[in-house]
Write a protein that binds this ligand. Sequence first.
Ligand code: SF4
Length: 209
Amino acid sequence: MAAKKRPSIVYWLDENLYLNITNKCSNNCYFCIRNFCEGVGGFSLKLEKEPAVSEIIAELENAINRRNWREIVFCGFGEPLMRLDCVLEVSRWIRRHYGKIVTLRVDTNGQALILNEGREVVEELKMAGIDKVSVSLNAHDKETYNQICKPTLEKAFESVIEFIRKAKRLLDVEITAVRIPEVDIEKVEEIARKIGVKFRVREYIQPFW
Ligand code: SF4
């Protein structure tokens, strides 16, 4: 039997370096890749435990000089902003040691405001050196969002919209949606246009059974 692959905290695809800092998420999207894959690009992303900031930085130190990365992205098999302080600390470390040479992005489900009540999430991300957020809105209305993303928190959809509006004031923001039958892609694009942020469609990677 083949040995199980060690889970990766840091992994890379093309020109970007990615940080897989948690497997927890406040959604249960039926199309979530972690439901039917162990990882991506030959890396295993199923963590055995949440890595400490020191472990993330140690892995990062081994990978950051492999090439000139275009972006370093907080994106793995979970919602990075469930660990806001970890994202802030690692971002500050990158900025302290590598300055502005690389763009820092967070790929998020956009629920940071309800996940971190009482915090100035957008301002804190900006201060720590985050440049961009890519928000998986994934639905054109609350009903569809609840049906396909199955959020565990109340008012999740409204909170995502509020986060997008707030983030737009300080960060480069894009909204994304997965192309699945339940979602009216044109209406999601319309939401992006009205708020004044970019929009990108993500193709659904079908499970193979
Ligand atoms: S928000 Fe992202 S990580 Fe969370 S369940 Fe949905 S697709 Fe998966």
